[in-house]
Design a protein around this ligand. Structure first.
Ligand code: NIG
Length: 420
């Protein structure tokens, strides 16, 4: 008994905190149960990481609870990994509600872009803004996204399209990480559109993008590089120039692809070992096969599909049957998706794209982590990963994508600490 007592005492110093009486949708890959569900579970947290996950009725589970002085009873609540919004343009200057009115009156997304509206419109407002302006403008959107349990988000540049303004956007993204309790992946998207001063000279602008990437990476402001490869963006050849340099520099690569046309983005992504192809409405069977063999995640953005009234939807069935991992994200941006709700995205992934609620939850957890090259660290409730967790007032995980406009989040942990 004395020995047992000592062991329990030692367990007490082993865990900083223990959560008990919860149902955990671990989202672990290859788990036998749907959602990787562990019922009546115990989670042990140590040093901001998950150190134990298991049933509360088993010997080990009981020992973990008994040996910790900081035990929280979750009273049967549902726990999931902290949610991940893996594709956002949440930092920008100005707004485009006027342009939206235009589109409602009949102008298409492509027509607005060709007429000098769209992305370029936001560029002038972004260039006129300071880092603080950009941060202050983005704050309310970030806060809304985080309120639904997002613990990691990606933030892209791409509305500056010149060195200082791109840098300001990335500095504002870094400030989001500092001021909010959220992990931020900073993505350089200088190749988002050709700025007016380079009109008709997209190749030259791409050279400028390469230079910007080099400098911004040196400053520690870039985790990842992205490109809008599209009829109204950049050609495959231009994209290859940027990605070739990014690869040499060891920068992670992602791709805005096949949003408006079948542009062959699957094979491009595969060639450069991109982490993801994002949008994918027009990705055909060949592109999907290339993504399956290249291991790219298809990041689907259902709110944008809805918002720009696109009628073509991604071929989820072929993605599923060929084993392409699917993530979903808000794509929060001023033009094609002013959306600040990851839960609404999950709902739309099911209703519009035919995903299951389990696939939708995978899309904002483990697959979103993979799309950012962070699957080792986050995305599932597994020993060794960050204790980024959401506690929900829900019995079944499907409730998260079922409701619209109802936030069931009770509390959220980032690295094992409750976010206020
Ligand atoms: O992901 N496709 C390119 N970029 C954004 C749109 C940005 C904008 O219109 O401002 C997107 O949809």
């Amino acid at each position: 008994d004395e020995l047992l007592e000592r062991m329990c005492r030692e367990q007490a110093v082993e865990y900083d905190m223990v959560l008990k009486d919860c149902n955990v949708a671990t989202m672990k890959r290859g788990a036998a149960e749907p959602y990787g569900m562990v019922e009546d579970a115990v989670i042990g947290i140590k040093g901001g990481k998950i150190a134990f996950v298991g049933g509360g009725q088993g010997e080990e589970g009981k020992r973990v609870v008994e040996g910790c002085s900081n035990v929280k009873d979750l009273d049967g609540a549902l726990v999931t990994p902290g949610l991940i919004d893996c594709h956002t343009h949440v930092i920008y200057g100005g707004d485009r509600s006027l342009e939206w009115e235009m589109k409602l009156a009949g102008a298409s997304y492509e027509e607005v872009a060709k007429a000098g509206g769209g992305i370029i419109n936001t560029v002038s407002n972004t260039r006129a803004a300071t880092v603080d302006d950009l941060f202050e403008g983005g704050k309310k959107r970030v806060a809304a996204i985080l309120s639904e349990g997002v613990t990691t988000m990606e933030i892209k540049s791409g509305y500056g399209l010149e060195f200082e303004a791109e840098r300001n956007m990335l500095l504002a993204a870094a400030k989001v990480e500092k001021e909010f309790n959220v992990k931020v992946e900073k993505t350089f998207l200088g190749a988002h559109a050709v700025p007016n001063e380079y009109k008709g000279r997209s190749g030259e602008y791409m050279d400028t993008c390469v230079e910007m990437l080099e400098k911004l990476r040196e400053e520690g402001l870039v985790d990842c590089c992205d490109c809008f490869t599209e009829s109204i963006g950049f050609s495959v050849e231009e994209t290859e120039k940027l990605f070739g340099r990014a690869k040499e520099m060891g920068v992670k690569i992602r791709l805005h692809g096949d949003q408006l046309n079948n542009y062959g983005c699957g094979s491009l992504a595969s060639k450069f070992s991109c982490l993801s192809v994002d949008h994918c409405e027009y990705s055909g069977p060949e592109a999907i096969a290339a993504m399956a063999s290249g291991g790219q995640v298809a990041v689907l953005l259902p709110v944008s599909n809805y918002f720009i009234k696109e009628t073509k939807v991604p071929d989820v069935k072929t993605m599923r049957s060929t084993g392409v991992d699917i993530a979903v994200a808000t794509n929060c941006n001023p033009g094609s998706g002013p959306c600040c709700s990851i839960l609404l995205v999950m709902n739309m992934a099911c209703t519009k794209f035919g995903m299951t609620p389990e696939e939708a939850l995978r899309g904002v957890t483990v697959n979103a982590a993979k799309a950012m090259g962070k699957e080792e660290e986050i995305g599932s409730v597994e020993v060794g990963k960050a204790a980024d967790l959401c506690v929900w007032d829900a019995k079944r995980p499907a409730e998260l994508s079922y409701y619209m406009g109802l936030n069931l989040l009770k509390e959220c942990y980032v690295d094992g600490v409750v976010r206020a």
